[in-house]
Design a binder for this molecule. Structure first.
Ligand SMILES: Nc1ncnc2c1ncn2[C@@H]1O[C@H](COP(=O)(O)OP(=O)(O)OP(=O)(O)O)[C@@H](O)[C@H]1O
Length: 943
């Protein structure tokens, strides 16, 4: 029997005498059904009391395989021998965090706020893990070592390591693995070879029951992680350290046992699914194994350094592989520790080290731990050093820490949707591509797999280059692998005339470590960006010098030493912006409404800074903006740029600037170190590689779209910074509602208006088009940059004759009410009208590539796309930010009473309305729109 509910009360533990002696128990009252059900009592016995003591009203508690009894007519539950208790099951704890927590709760916390540094042991560890995966996939040892060391070229170069010595070291580690694998191949691996096992003699590892790098997510226990390998259903973990004892280290066992817990859950699910199939889809048989009983009973730790230890120096057990048995006691312990983390995180508390049996004397993190505790005024078992930072800074740290953790919970909600939502619901929510038809798979370089399938033509948030969960039907319960999306529809690159093969238009191609029957792709919720926000916050508050913090915290005004020069002679505001940016001793802010030459000004700023001998970090929220800024630099004749990014992230014409990570360490490192301009997204600024770099100035575009810690990721790396953006356009993309929604740009422009310049001349919209956005969003300060811009008309375009348009479409701004009906997030009549309007413009001579259609919802985007040629760009506002078209058609979808601002936020409507140069057509229900003040004014303007 499973019970799950919201904790109403947890009583104090009591000790009672039982037939087994004195035992502790704790009674917990929960309300099932997320707090809506009638209260019921669950009695937690023995070791589970530890978790009961951590409970607080409001937390969720799940008790699996509880025993049920009736007491005075009331049904009660109690823990029995197979029972597993989970605190806050929706909080998804990473396996490596459980391991760190068991070592020391403060270690868990420090790892979380400081991230992994660029350090040789970390890089070597990654290489050895990659080689391990390669060996499992049947690759030759020398090739694998060679290629993986090569692939880490840049990191090794930055660490001053030469390739040959690293190769040697990795080979030593890898030969331990290979030796062990070879032994496994001969004997079946469990050391108890039998005649039957000899049939396996010729199997290469790839063909035996090995899975490398298995992504495991548990809906039952709220744990996730990536097991290095799973062999015959049992976890294998690789450690690049040495261990000359017979037994694996305790916290290493914890990690393997945590995977075993999830593997047990999967095995039990598979059994019950198989049984359900067996009895024709009826109920699962009651004697299917419990998840606990189905967990593998053995784990293996591979200490690869053991093989390289000098035998005459060390005594002890030098065999690299150490097996250990996993009993239910260990699995329960792992879960209790996981629960302790979830309970502490419930109110975003900070661990002290007293929560578990931390031993500080031998801890290599002791100094850091004491310093962090001292500066943030935290309690720590290790003690503290130094004096606390100012209170305002501590408050800032704490409030952003909480905000980022709230965001993390939202990411966890995304995980939960993987099992809570059915496949259709996920597809409707744009989180998955379902009903794919597998069309083939083949092995590619490096032993990886290319998987292909035919899509249904449906769209989702999944994009090429994304890492997704590829599965045979269910991302958690089915066979699933992390995969990279290589292609999503469109003609295959090697077929010139795709019209011969219409099927290929829907072809989906992904690559993965292991083959999966490709039937479904799901968005993989990643905590990477939340992790990076935390490290940026940590670096800003704990690592930045005081003078820099003084301006950030308003203790000092930013200073300027403006040059007298003229930089841009035809636009005074832009010119002033460059002067301000070049003369900034702390920071400068450039506020650029749509089309006002932000990118042009930014490129001038970067060039001028470099001319003055400064090293510049050029950053922005999206890859697209980074590429655009680079393009503007190239147009101004500046090419000395190194671009950090993945192949799929960087635009084709900017690939030539991209820094390869693979190759000769020295060369790669100096390519990066010597570059006067390094360009990277703010997310990449938090990577191990960029986080190590230092700059004189950071120039950040799209700063209005960045959270405050997101901006800090870039500004932390430089002495001074220039933020360019517009807080009246798209705000930061965050899920939680808290201070992350306000950008640093917006905060600073409000507190230090003198440090900012408003670019007030726009080079895009005809005067008639700019009128409303200028009035509604920029206090009427926007004006056309020239008479030519103000007077823009369709007829100026080659081959266009606006008199061929129907009368009602001839004005520069028009409103069309097609009398449609919204159905959910679509409005088919409106989609018909949009398609007709687009065709009218095409008939009047406008090229399809010059027309853009914007709709508030992806469903309506899909609805309209079906009716139009691919050459017309149809998308949501977010995808249009930063671009423009000659003609823009906006579909509003909504009919009836408006529930909110349709485009989520008025800033989005500003973006939508300001993309058009010569013609803007608004398609919507005038009555519905007029129920909202802002829209009413817009309709009035457009009519
Ligand atoms: N001072 C200038 N003199 C001449 N042309 C300019 C000047 N500033 C900008 N432009 C031109 O105006 C156009 C818009 O400039 P840019 O792309 O830099 O605008 P933006 O503000 O970045 O646009 P968005 O709002 O889309 O981000 C470009 O074609 C650019 O070359």
């Amino acid at each position: 029997m499973n019970v799950r509910g919201v904790v109403v009360e947890a009583e104090d533990p009591k000790t009672v005498s039982t037939q087994y002696g004195e035992r502790e128990l704790c009674e917990v009252t929960v309300r099932p059904d997320r707090g809506r059900g009638e209260p019921t009592t669950v009695t937690l016995w023995g070791d589970w009391v530890e978790n009961a003591e951590q409970l607080e009203p409001g937390m969720e508690l799940a008790v699996y395989d509880a025993e049920e009894r009736t007491y005075q007519g009331e049904t009660q539950y109690t823990t029995g021998s197979d029972t597993m208790v989970v605190v806050e099951p929706d909080f998804i704890v990473d396996v490596t965090d459980v391991r760190a927590w068991v070592q020391c709760p403060r270690m868990y916390y420090l790892n979380k706020i400081d991230g992994l540094p660029l350090a040789y042991p970390v890089v070597k560890g990654t290489i050895v893990h990659e080689v391990f995966g390669d060996l499992l996939r049947g690759r030759d040892l020398d090739t694998a070592v060679e290629e993986q060391v090569e692939a880490a070229g840049l990191e090794l170069g930055l660490l001053g390591r030469d390739r040959e010595s690293v190769r040697q070291e990795v080979r030593d580690h890898a030969s331990a693995i290979e030796g062990w694998l070879a032994q496994g191949r001969l004997t079946g691996g469990d050391g108890a070879a039998t005649a039957a096992d000899s049939s396996e003699r010729d199997f290469s590892p790839a063909e035996s029951e090995w899975r490398s790098e298995m992504t495991l997510i548990s809906e039952r226990y709220g744990i996730k992680g990536r097991a290095d390998a799973v062999r015959r259903g049992m976890p294998v973990e690789l450690k690049t350290g040495k261990n000359t004892r017979r037994e694996p280290r305790f916290h290493d066992k914890i990690q393997a046992a945590a995977y075993a817990l999830i593997l047990g859950e999967r095995a039990a699910q598979e059994t019950s699914a198989a049984e359900m199939m067996g009895d024709g889809g009826a109920t699962a048989s009651t004697d299917s194994p419990s998840a606990l009983a189905a967990a593998p009973d053995t784990g293996t730790l591979l200490y690869t350094k053991n093989a390289a230890v000098e035998r005459n120096e060390e005594s002890g057990d030098l065999s690299p592989a150490k097996e250990f048995s996993i009993g239910s006691g260990l699995l329960e312990f792992v879960l209790r520790e996981r629960n302790a983390i979830a309970a502490m995180e419930y109110d975003t508390a900070v661990p002290t080290g007293y929560e578990a049996d931390a031993r500080c004397e031998y801890c290599f993190e002791q100094d850091t731990c004491m310093a962090v505790a001292g500066r943030l005024d935290q309690e720590s078992k290790a003690g503290t050093v130094g004096s606390p930072i100012p209170e305002a800074e501590r408050e800032y740290f704490e409030s952003f820490y909480r905000a980022i953790e709230a965001e993390r919970r939202e990411v966890h909600r995304e995980y939960a949707k993987l099992w809570e939502q059915g496949s259709t619901e996920r597809a409707d929510d744009d989180r998955a591509l379902v009903d794919l038809e597998p069309t083939g798979q083949r092995k590619i370089d490096g032993g990886r797999w290319e998987l292909r399938a035919e899509g249904t033509g449906a769209t989702s948030k999944i994009r090429e280059g994304d890492v997704v969960l590829a599965s045979d039907g269910h991302p958690i319960r089915g066979d699933a692998e992390l995969a990279r999306v290589e292609r999503l529809g469109g003609p295959p690159p090697d077929v010139e005339d795709a019209s011969d093969s219409p099927a290929s238009e829907r072809e989906i191609v992904v690559t993965a470590d292991e083959p999966v029957e490709l039937r479904r792709l799901d968005i993989y919720p990643s905590e990477l960006s939340t992790d990076r926000l935390l490290t940026a916050l940590h670096d800003a508050v704990l690592k930045q010098p005081s003078p820099k913090k003084d301006v950030l915290f308003g203790r000092r005004d930013p200073e300027f030493d403006r040059p007298e020069e003229t930089f841009i002679d035809n636009n005074p505001a832009q010119d002033e912006a460059v002067r301000l940016a070049v003369g900034a001793e702390d920071f400068a802010l450039v506020h650029g409404p749509p089309g006002t030459g932000k990118t042009y000004t930014l490129a001038t700023i970067v060039r001028e800074l470099v001319d003055r001998g400064e090293r510049v970090l050029l950053s922005a929220f999206t890859n697209r903006a980074v590429d655009n800024a680079m393009e503007a630099l190239v147009e101004q004749g500046f090419e000395d740029i190194v671009r950090i990014g993945t192949e799929s992230g960087v635009r084709e014409d900017m690939q030539r600037f991209r820094l390869e990570q693979t190759g000769e360490p020295d060369e790669l490192a100096s390519d990066l170190r010597d570059a006067p301009v390094v360009a990277a997204t703010t997310a990449s600024c938090g990577s191990r590689i960029v986080r190590e770099q230092a700059f004189d100035a950071a120039v950040v575009d799209e700063a209005g779209q960045l959270t405050e810690p997101g901006t800090l990721a870039a500004t932390n790396l430089a002495e001074r910074f220039v933020l360019i953006g517009d807080h009246q356009q798209l705000p930061p993309v965050v899920r939680a509602e808290n201070e992350l929604q306000e950008s640093l740009f917006e905060r600073l422009i409000q507190t230090h208006p003198d440090a900012g310049v408003l670019l007030d001349r726009q080079y895009r919209m005809a005067q008639r088009i700019q009128a409303f956005p200028s009035r509604a969003f920029y206090d009427g300060q926007l004006r056309p940059a020239s008479g030519e811009v103000a007077a823009r008309r369709l007829d100026d375009l080659d081959g266009v004759d606006s008199s061929a348009l129907p009368e009602h479409l001839r004005d520069r701004v028009v409103f069309v009410d097609p009398d449609g009906h919204a159905r959910g997030n679509t409005n088919p009549e409106e989609a018909d009208a949009v398609a007709r309007i687009v065709e009218e413009f095409v008939s009047a001579g406008v090229s399809r590539a010059d027309i853009g259609v914007i709709a508030p919802y992806r469903a309506q985007v899909a609805e309209i796309s079906q009716r139009l040629d691919d050459a017309v760009a149809v998308d949501t506002v977010d995808r249009f930010q930063g671009s423009s078209k000659e003609v823009i058609v906006v579909s509003f979808v909504a009919t009836g009473e408006l529930a909110g601002p349709i485009f989520e936020d008025y800033r989005r409507i500003n973006v939508a309305l300001s993309r058009a140069k010569r013609s803007l057509v608004l398609v919507g229900d005038a009555d519905a729109l007029s129920t909202d003040d802002t829209y009413a004014k817009m309709v009035e303007w457009a009519r």
